[in-house]
Structure formats: C-alpha cells, structure tokens
Design a protein around this ligand. Structure first.
Ligand code: ZN
Length: 315
C-alpha cells in the first residue's frame, strides 16, 4: 500500500458520497414529478437554464437577464409546489456531504479539506494508528495514574496542555517541534497519538511511524531502488511523528537521513514530534552532535518521569 493507493481510496469515498447524494436527488425528483402535477415542467425549465444562457451568450438571441429572472421564478415555484404537497421545501435539492466542494473533492484547483481529511484517515489506518486513535485521544488520557502530590503530576498535566494547545492551534502560526523523552509506559505514545489525531481532525496531512519503519523505507528506496517505499511523505506531511527513536539500528546512513529530515522540516516550517526512550546522554552517544544540537535548539523538550502507568493499570 502506498500513499497514492490511500489517495485513490479517499477519492472513491468522496465519489461514493456524491453518487449517494445524486441517487437520492434523482429519487426525490422522480417521486415529486409523479406525485405533483406541474412539477416536471418547472423542474425542466430550471434544468435547461445553463444551456439557455450558453446559447444566449453565443447567439445574442434571448436576453440573459430574462432567463435569470425566469429561473428565479421557477425555483420559487418549485419550492411552493413541494410545500403545498406536503414535502419539505428542499426535498429536491442536491444535499452534499461537503458544501464547500459539492462532493467533488476540489475547490477550484485546490484540494478540499474533506478529501484531505479522508486521505489522512486512510493514511492513519495504513500506519496502524487507526485503532490506537480510538483509545488514545486527549479525552481518554487519564491523570489518575499519576500521583497528584508528585512533581510528575504537574509535569504530565503541563505536557497534556502544551500538546493540546499545539494541536488546537496547528497551522495558525509557526509550527512547533517536540521531543518526548522518557522510559516506556508513561504516556508518550498516548499523548503523541492524541496530538496527531487532533491535527488530522483539522484536515492536515499527518504521518505517524516508528523510527524502524521510517529508516527501513529510506533504505529500501535508496539501496534497493524500491519505488513503493514512499519516503517523500516524511518531508511533505504537515506533521511527522517519529515514534521510538533509538530502537532502529543506528548507522552512518540513518544518522545522515535523520539529520537531513530534521533540517529539511525545520527549514520548511513543518512540525515534527519525536518519541524516544533514550536519555540525553544516550542521544549524544548514538547520534551526531549536530542532531542533538538541532533537537535542543529547535524542539520543545517534554520529559516523562515516574512509574510505568500500564503496570499500574494492570495492578
Ligand atoms: Zn469538500
């Protein structure tokens, strides 16, 4: 599965929405034509307006003003007929799922937010975040596993609020980067998933993948010339979440890729979020000083400390 497969699936979702609206529209129009005398004539007049204006424009025969006036009268008459016969006034209007693009997926030449959202949804499903996203939202993040008198409680609460604010304001101004550091089981995945899902809800293109996956894709693309390994998405997405940095096999290649990816995204003002179990010292040992200095300079560091929340949930 590649990004373009996801895009095609999203497009067919939009198309089926259009087809559903069109089917309902046709059914309602047929029903009204059969039940209401005079409806078909009025409806036909409305349908022919476009081509009448077109011919009027090229032949300079009929007055366009007159056609428009007739159209307005016919639309009003159509609604009156519907209401008089016990139907809602908009019974025979095309009802779109998305009014912005009339379920075409595009506004002019720009991709509509509804299609963008469907693409992200497909990508979210592909990346394996789909199931997580149901359980790991901001709403399901519970602070009850963190002791309230503990310093960590306030820290985690601050992280929650910081990431919520980041997701809410995503795209409004300069995009921020985050480095979530700490041992497993303290909520890093939960909070980064929640942020990713919120950003997707706003219609942005988000990629959430493990570092292992990301570097495997880069290797497949670079060494095996595997064109199905879509690596452009890592540069192009509005938000990239790199999960579990440090679990991959660190080589000169991965270090270089990570450095250029981090740099490129900073230069293009695109947000990146990184989760890692590594400590600051381990980061310096495993990666380049250049990378660590980029992370410290351009990322908000969110430290997670405490006892494994998942163990407490089990207990
Ligand atoms: Zn739309």
């Amino acid at each position: 599965m590649s990004r373009s497969d996801c895009i095609n699936r999203a497009k067919s979702t939009i198309e089926s929405r259009y087809n559903k609206s069109k089917f309902e529209f046709d059914q309602h129009t047929l029903e009204a034509s059969l039940k209401i005398s005079g409806f078909s004539e009025v409806d036909r007049l409305i349908q022919s307006t476009g081509s009448r204006i077109f011919y009027a424009a090229i032949s300079k025969g009929e007055s366009i003003e007159d056609i428009r006036r007739e159209y307005d009268v016919a639309v009003k008459r159509k609604k009156e007929l519907l209401v008089q016969n016990g139907f809602p006034a908009d019974y025979c209007d095309m009802k779109y799922y998305c009014d912005k693009c009339s379920d075409t997926g595009y506004v002019g030449i720009r991709i509509c937010s509804c299609l963008k959202k469907e693409i992200n949804y497909e990508l979210l499903k592909e990346s394996g975040l789909y199931h997580l996203s149901k359980y790991q939202s901001f709403d399901t993040f519970s602070l009850k596993y963190y002791l309230e008198d503990d310093d960590n409680y306030q820290t985690i609460k601050n992280h929650l609020e910081t990431l919520k604010a980041f997701a809410d304001g995503f795209g409004d101004d300069t995009n921020s980067n985050f480095l979530l550091m700490g041992p497993t089981g303290l909520g890093k995945t939960h909070l980064s998933t929640a942020a990713a899902v919120s950003v997707i809800d706003k219609g942005y293109y988000v990629i959430y993948e493990s570092a292992v996956n990301i570097f495997e894709n880069f290797q497949a693309w670079e060494f095996r010339k595997d064109k199905s390994a879509d690596v452009e998405k890592y540069s192009e997405c509005d938000l990239l979440v790199i999960d579990d940095l440090g679990s991959e096999m660190v080589t000169a290649f991965t270090v270089e890729k990570l450095y250029s990816l981090i740099n490129e995204r900073i230069n293009n003002n695109r947000s990146t979020m990184i989760n890692t179990n590594l400590t600051a010292d381990e980061l310096v040992q495993k990666y380049d000083k250049r990378i660590v200095s980029r992370l410290l300079g351009e990322y908000y560091i969110l430290p997670f400390r405490g006892t494994d929340v998942r163990m407490q949930k089990l207990g």
